[in-house]
Write a protein of this length. Structure first.
Length: 362
């Protein structure tokens, strides 16, 4: 029978740890608003913002002629936020309008997705979401939107490896030692993640299930605050995207144990893969994509897709992502059609895994 649990998101609460549910994945493991760029006049936005600043963009029947808001469903400083801000500048230049990034945190990204699904379908409110768009239907029985029905996809953006990292005082020094230590000390070890449905939680679930332990999970509202506490030693270890762990790894602020992709990450060449380190079933890459409300006109979506494609070919974006261990998707995947097909496929992949695990955000 599926177990049901309630979760409380915390931004910093190391002494208020939750014992989260026993997770059994069985054999199923396959698994602040900020103006970014000012091309024309100023101003900031919010979901559905409609202030006009008289821009001269004209990609689709005058669209865009005002600021565009990109809604990020996790906190500033996290991976989704990082990727969004990277592509926002070249997209802004391509569209001839400012892009305002707004972080709407909560409930594994579902608060933001719910808000954008209800926003005006005019292309001025755009959701950037990650793999959580595909896991939410299985995690939330009362999801206030349907990922496939209530949005139009603009295109996939990136795929990002994940890394297992720990604070420097945590005893294990290798992935093999981590497995042994966690197995022996499951009742005291703490695992940080960016909230229910976050990729960092899913990675942790895979890990726990693979080695047959249940850990105390410490959920945060995003990777930014989770990493801060990890570096500070308030939590032991976590698994999150290289976009936000690479800096700390390279600066020696955290220990890195393994990457979750089949191949090593070029910018982190000394870190073994989970497969090399003996846990091949723990493999997960995080993808990001852009969405608009379902009734958005096709020509508006086309304008956004065209700008996205410009951003993904921007050498500065490519170089910065590479430094962070990530890469843009190929342009044939940065389309509404490819993105829709992939979203549907991913919902089909994650639904049964989450169901089997008995994990619920209800
Ligand atoms: C996650 O674990 O899902 C992400 O790191 C959340 C984020 O982008 O902050």
């Amino acid at each position: 029978m599926r177990s049901r649990h309630s979760f409380v998101m915390r931004s910093t609460a190391p002494d208020a740890r939750h014992r989260l549910p026993v997770v059994r994945l069985g054999a199923l493991l396959a698994i602040s608003a900020l103006v970014i760029s000012a091309c024309t006049g100023g101003g900031s936005g919010s979901p559905g913002a409609s202030s006009s600043d008289g821009g001269d963009g004209g990609a689709a029947g005058g669209y865009p002629d005002q600021n565009i808001t990109f809604v990020v469903p996790f906190s500033a400083g996290g991976p989704t936020d990082t990727v969004t801000r990277l592509i926002a500048e070249p997209m802004s230049e391509a569209l001839g309008q400012q892009i305002v990034v707004q972080n709407v945190e909560g409930a594994g990204g579902t608060v933001a997705a719910g808000e954008v699904s209800q926003a005006a379908a005019d292309g001025y409110t755009v959701l950037m979401h990650h793999i959580g768009m595909s896991t939410a239907p299985a995690l939330y029985s009362d999801l206030p939107y349907d990922p496939l029905e209530d949005f139009k996809t603009v295109g996939l953006v990136t795929e990002v490896p994940m890394t297992f990292i720990a604070n420097n005082d945590f005893e294990p020094n290798t992935f093999e030692e981590l497995i042994a230590y966690v197995t022996e000390n499951a009742d005291t070890v703490t695992y940080a993640h960016a909230g229910i449905g976050a990729a960092s939680q899913l990675c942790g679930l895979l890990f726990q299930s693979a080695i047959g332990v249940t850990l105390t999970e410490v959920p945060y509202e995003g990777t930014g605050p989770a990493l801060t506490d990890l570096v500070g030693g308030q939590v032991d270890f976590m698994c999150d995207q290289t976009t936000n762990t690479s800096g700390q790894i390279q600066a020696g602020e955290v220990k890195a144990y393994a990457v979750t992709t089949p191949d090593r990450v070029a910018s982190l060449p000394d870190i073994p893969t989970t497969e090399e380190a003996g846990l091949p079933e723990v493999q997960v890459g995080v993808w990001h994509g852009l969405y608009v409300p379902a009734d958005t006109p096709d020509e508006v979506v086309e304008a956004l897709t065209a700008a996205l494609q410009v951003a993904l070919e921007d050498q500065g974006v490519i170089d910065q992502l590479a430094e962070l261990g990530a890469a843009p998707v190929s342009l044939d995947r940065a389309t509404p059609e490819a993105h829709s097909a992939y979203l549907e496929e991913q919902i089909g992949v994650w639904g049964p895994i989450i169901e089997e695990a008995g994990v619920s955000a209800d």
